[in-house]
Design a protein around this ligand. Structure first.
Ligand SMILES: Cc1cc2nc3c(=O)[nH]c(=O)nc-3n(C[C@H](O)[C@H](O)[C@H](O)COP(=O)(O)O)c2cc1C
Length: 174
């Protein structure tokens, strides 16, 4: 049994939901701690055997806190089995739903020195009623341009939970 830390950045809760599903899968064989990037200063990273980071995309970028954390801890991350996953709605498209084809993940990996040993991309969720008016307008416009849902009350979860469970298995074995 090893001890796995999952660090996440989530604005509307979908990345957290994915982390909780990963935790449920991995916990059958390992000890799992899930922590927000906002609380990472309180965590002793050295006591974990493996580190996983998950972050959603907002307006084209992962959270700057995640980028800063990775830049400040690259040697430590490299010293353990590690993984990164991105959550975004572009990944709802089959041509953009893998680590090799998702444009956000490709761009992100070019910006950082860390080379995660495991990578994954999950399609996220559209939840217009939960968004602030400006965000709702902008995301509806982007969806209109890219063939997604535009009804102002649309709530669509694109996340493939079987894919999440498979990734959990991979994390358990890495
Ligand atoms: C304000 C806002 C901006 C977003 N920008 C993007 C984007 O640029 N590209 C994309 O693919 N998805 C974008 N999304 C979709 C999110 O990545 C998706 O909703 C994801 O599930 C959010 O995860 P979270 O709830 O963990 O933050 C955006 C969502 C919101 C609300």
């Amino acid at each position: 049994m090893s001890s796995i830390l999952i660090i996440y950045s989530s604005t509307d809760g979908q990345t957290l939901k994915i982390c909780q599903r990963l935790q449920a899968v991995i916990e059958q064989q390992h000890q799992v701690t899930v922590v927000s990037i906002d609380d990472i200063a309180q965590i002793d990273l050295t006591r974990f055997d493996k580190i996983v980071i998950g972050a959603s995309i907002r307006y084209g970028h992962h959270s700057p806190l995640i980028v800063k954390f990775i830049k400040n801890n690259t040697p430590l991350l490299d010293s353990k089995p590690n993984a990164f996953f991105s959550v975004n709605v572009v990944a709802r498209k089959p041509a953009k739903n893998s680590p090799e084809t998702n444009p956000y993940l490709r761009k992100f990996l070019k910006r950082i020195a860390w080379k995660p040993k495991e990578l994954e991309v999950f399609a996220g969720k559209i939840d217009y009623p939960a968004y602030k008016p400006f965000d709702r307008l902008v995301i509806r416009l982007i969806m209109w341009m890219t063939g997604g849902p535009t009804a102002p009350d649309a709530v669509v979860e694109y996340t493939d939970w079987n894919q999440v469970a498979s990734f959990g298995d991979r994390l358990g074995k890495m």
